[in-house]
Structures are given as structure tokens and as C-alpha cells.
Ligand binder design. Structure first.
Ligand SMILES: Nc1ncnc2c1ncn2[C@@H]1O[C@H](COP(=O)(O)OP(=O)(O)OP(=O)(O)O)[C@@H](O)[C@H]1O
Ligand SMILES: [Mg+2]
Length: 458
């Protein structure tokens, strides 16, 4: 049995207090009485109150003043105002000041009870959502990436393997695929997890500013350098430095980074003292660095230094199994944030989500779900809550695989195998028969897939 809710009733009319007490106690509520506003606030400060019902006109503090003070003392506790006939304007004012609702005297028992139950239900929901949100925040801080596709699981296996070394990692993938999240996960699962995770976006700042951010500067290093400042490399000492958009490093900055990677040392701008740091570098880019090296737009030696281990984050369209779990995850997250009661998706909405190509990858999916949560009118997100380009996506019929021209044959084979296994619910014998190959071949191909790919270095 849940604890009975505690209701605080403030009214200067003893008759009304007692009749409310009798009614509410009979309904199983725990009732606390106050004969004026000050007594009510005193009691509220003591804690343990779930809902306040207060008269609007009382000697001493008015109901509105009680309401304002209550919002300051216990912001989570809703206030219902009891007004006499004829004070509607004041009731409107009360609503504006944050009252949950108001009841005009004389009121009917069922009406009072319904309002109280609604307010308590809402309070429960807000509390549950808040707890859920806190748990999610903790998980996200630990760098929890979500996914269930074979491609995603392979990537996470590699993440686990490399996390504990101090090798430099290069994360490659299209925009919005989750590169930064992967970098955080590597940090969280490494021995450096108690150390700092410091991120620098190499594309966000012009060369000179970026260098002073990275290496710091001494007083007077340049006009405006009024004091000494530590750079991100120093701040990341003992932890991980995430160099985002690393392809945008200028030709002038590139050798300086190379030196830190090779020697673990550098000087602050305008300084002469050599500073040594213990930093693990994880870099990310959505550009083809190898191609840039060939075109002499990126230093080869730096590329090799960064690219000790490569992690390729696959685009969302190549791991369709993840769409459902990610969509569900974002739905829960944004429903909690917006205090919406949303449980899931209609089958049709889900089919459209899975059929869409997601050029903006996980970030686009996240935005679409956040928008949908705000728009949704029922407990399930429907096609109408999705943007037109997705609502109009034609779902592939079950059992059809779509492959873009130019996809490597090995990848086509792998996706065909995975999709067939999915349709046969993991039945290898049936899969082999459908594909016209030997069951042992299926097993062998699966084993090979489960070997995490080596850092596909140069
Ligand atoms: N597997 C995942 N599980 C949960 N959330 C994810 C996952 N992948 C990405 N996200 C979320 O999607 C958003 C985009 O991810 P992130 O910023 O890591 O992508 P990115 O590859 O760094 O993008 P860009 O290239 O644009 O910088 C973030 O809000 C992130 O939390
Ligand atoms: Mg990023």
C-alpha cells in the first residue's frame, strides 16, 4: 500500500475546515489543518505535505500570498485555492501566480476529490520523470551509447578493447553519428575515467585563438594577455583530450600538435618553460583524412600519429536495427523533459522512421523525436507527428533490402546475411537454405564478423 497523501487545508472558517477534514479523511487522505496563512506556511516548512488547499480570503496572509510563499518554500507542492463566489478575478490572478486550480465555494464533494486526485497524479508523474531523467543523465555522463545492431556492437567491442590503452584513437564517421559520444565512452571506460575529459573543437576557432586555447599563454604573450592562462592540454592532464573536427587544424598548428603527441611536451604561448603532460588524445573527423593526406592538405606524420587505432562509426542507415531502440530512448528522454506521458510509437510511425535514410544520422533522429514529443496528441507518436520528409518515406516491404550503388560487395553480403538472420529469428539452418549456402559457411561468416576489426590504420 502506498503512503496516504498528506493534504494541508488552510481556512479561517472552522466549519469548512472540519467538513473538509471529515470528507478527505474518509477518502483515505491524511489531513493537516491550519487556521490562517502563517500557520499554513509554518506547517509547509516542516515538510511532508503533498498538496495545499487554501482559502483565498483570510486574516493575515491572503491565499495569494500563501501561494507565492508556498512556491518558494516547496516548489513541487501544488496549491488549490478555495474562493468564495464573486472573486473570480482574484482566482484568475491566482492561476497566473501558479495555482494548480481553484474551487468556488460552495463546492461539491466529487468535484473536490477529482481535483485533488488529478493534482496528486500530476505530482507523481513529475517526480517519476525527474528520477528517470536523473538516472538517464548519470548514464549519459558515463557515456552510454545505445544500439543493438551487429555493426554497433562490433564498434562497441572495439571501444572496450582500446579504452584501456593510452593509444591515440581516430574516430571517423558522418556528421551526427555519435563520434563525440564514442570519445566520451572511451574516456569513461579507461583507467583515466576519474581524470578530466576536455573537448576542443578545432574548427570553431581561428588559428591563433585555437593555439592559445590548446597550449595556454603567459602574461603579455600578446596584446590583451593580461594574465597567465592554462591551455586545454594542461587542463586535460591525467585525462583525455578530445580533438574534434581535427581535419580543420591549420598547417601551422599541425606540427605543434604532433610534438605534443610525440614528446608529451610543449610551451605556453610567450613562455619558455617546457610543460610536460600526461594526456590521452582522441580525435574525430567527418572528413576523409587519408584522402586529405594524399592531397597534401593534412600532414602525413600527424595522420599516422593520430591514427594508431581507427574507429569507424557507421551511419544510421547502415544499422537500421538501432533506429527503433534509439527512437524509444529519445522518446523517453524528451517525454520526461517535457512532462509528457508518451509510451511509444504507432506501428506505422515506426515503419516510416525505419524507412527513412537519416542523412543527419542520430542527431537528426534525436531532433525529430524531440519535435514529435512536443507535437504528439496521444500516448503514441504517430505519422502525423513526424516531419513531412519522414512521414512520406515509403517503407520497404518486409524482406526487401535496399543497397546503394557503390556499396562494397563484402558489406552487401554482410547486410544480406544479417537481414536474413533477422527475418529467420536467428535460425542459421534456415538462413543458409534461403541464401543457398552451407550452414557452416553462415557460422564461419558470423565468427569472422565478431572478431573486432583491427584499427584499420594506413
Ligand atoms: N548510440 C547512441 N546512443 C545514444 N545517443 C546517441 C548515440 N549516438 C549519438 N547519440 C546522440 O546524438 C547526438 C549527436 O551525437 P554526437 O554529437 O556524438 O555526434 P558527432 O558524430 O560528434 O556529430 P558531428 O559530426 O556533427 O559533431 C548527441 O546528442 C548524442 O548524445
Ligand atoms: Mg561532434
Amino acid at each position: 500500500m502506498p503512503e496516504p497523501a498528506t493534504l494541508l487545508v488552510a481556512d479561517d472558517d472552522p466549519g469548512l475546515r472540519e467538513s473538509l477534514e471529515r470528507t478527505l479523511t474518509r477518502e483515505g487522505f491524511h489531513v493537516v489543518l491550519a487556521s490562517d496563512g502563517n500557520a499554513a506556511l509554518e506547517r509547509l516548512r516542516g515538510g511532508g505535505i503533498d498538496l495545499v488547499l487554501t482559502d483565498l480570503k483570510m486574516p493575515g496572509l491572503t491565499g495569494i500570498e500563501v501561494l507565492r510563499a508556498a512556491k518558494a518554500i516547496a516548489p513541487d507542492v501544488d496549491v488549490i485555492l478555495l474562493t468564495a463566489f464573486g472573486t473570480v478575478e482574484e482566482a484568475v490572478r491566482a492561476m497566473k501566480a501558479g495555482a494548480y486550480d481553484f474551487l468556488t465555494k460552495p463546492f461539491q464533494r466529487p468535484q473536490v476529490l477529482r481535483l485533488i486526485r488529478q493534482a496528486l497524479e500530476r505530482r507523481d508523474l513529475i517526480q517519476q520523470n525527474r528520477e528517470l531523467q536523473q538516472r538517464l543523465d548519470v548514464l549519459l555522463q558515463q557515456g552510454i551509447a545505445i544500439g543493438s545492431s551487429p555493426a554497433f556492437r562490433r564498434m562497441m567491442m572495439l571501444v572496450d578493447q582500446v579504452a584501456d590503452s593510452s593509444a591515440t584513437v581516430l574516430i571517423q564517421g558522418e556528421s551526427g553519428t555519435g563520434k563525440e559520444l564514442v570519445a566520451k565512452t572511451i574516456h569513461a571506460r579507461s583507467a583515466r575515467t576519474k581524470g578530466p575529459f576536455v573537448a576542443v573543437n578545432c574548427a570553431a576557432l581561428p588559428e591563433a585563438l585555437l593555439e592559445s586555447e590548446l597550449f595556454g599563454y603567459e602574461k603579455g604573450a600578446f596584446t590583451g594577455a593580461a594574465g597567465r592562462k592554462e591551455g586545454r592540454f594542461e587542463l586535460a592532464d591525467g585525462g583525455t583530450l578530445f580533438l574534434d573536427e581535427v581535419a580543420d587544424l591549420s598547417p601551422v598548428t599541425q606540427p605543434k600538435i604532433l610534438r605534443v603527441l610525440q614528446e608529451g611536451e610543449f610551451e605556453r604561448l610567450g613562455g619558455t618553460r617546457t610543460i610536460r603532460v600526461d594526456v590521452r588524445v582522441v580525435a574525430a573527423t567527418n572528413q576523409d583524412l587519408a584522402q586529405m593526406v594524399r592531397e597534401k592538405r593534412f600532414r602525413e606524420d600527424l595522420y599516422y600519429r593520430l591514427n594508431v587505432i581507427t574507429i569507424n562509426v557507421p551511419p544510421l542507415r547502415e544499422r537500421r536495427e538501432d533506429i527503433h531502440v534509439l527512437a524509444q530512448h529519445f522518446l523517453r528522454m524528451y517525454a520526461a523533459k517535457n512532462n509528457r506521458k508518451l509510451e511509444g510509437f504507432t506501428d506505422e510511425a515506426l515503419r516510416r522512421l525505419e524507412a527513412y535514410a537519416w542523412p543527419g544520422n542520430v542527431r537528426e533522429l534525436e531532433n525529430v523525436i524531440e519535435r514529435g514529443v512536443v507535437l504528439a496528441r496521444s500516448a503514441q507518436m504517430d505519422v502525423a507527428d513526424l516531419p513531412p520528409e519522414i512521414a512520406g518515406a515509403t517503407p520497404l516491404p518486409e524482406g526487401v533490402l535496399s543497397v546503394r550503388i557503390g556499396t562494397p560487395l563484402a558489406e552487401v553480403e554482410q547486410r544480406l546475411l544479417e537481414e536474413t538472420l533477422r527475418v529467420t529469428k536467428g535460425n542459421k539452418t534456415l538462413t543458409a537454405r534461403l541464401l543457398g549456402i552451407d550452414p557452416r559457411t553462415v557460422s564461419r561468416k558470423l565468427e569472422r564478423q565478431d572478431e573486432p576489426g583491427e584499427g584499420s590504420g594506413p
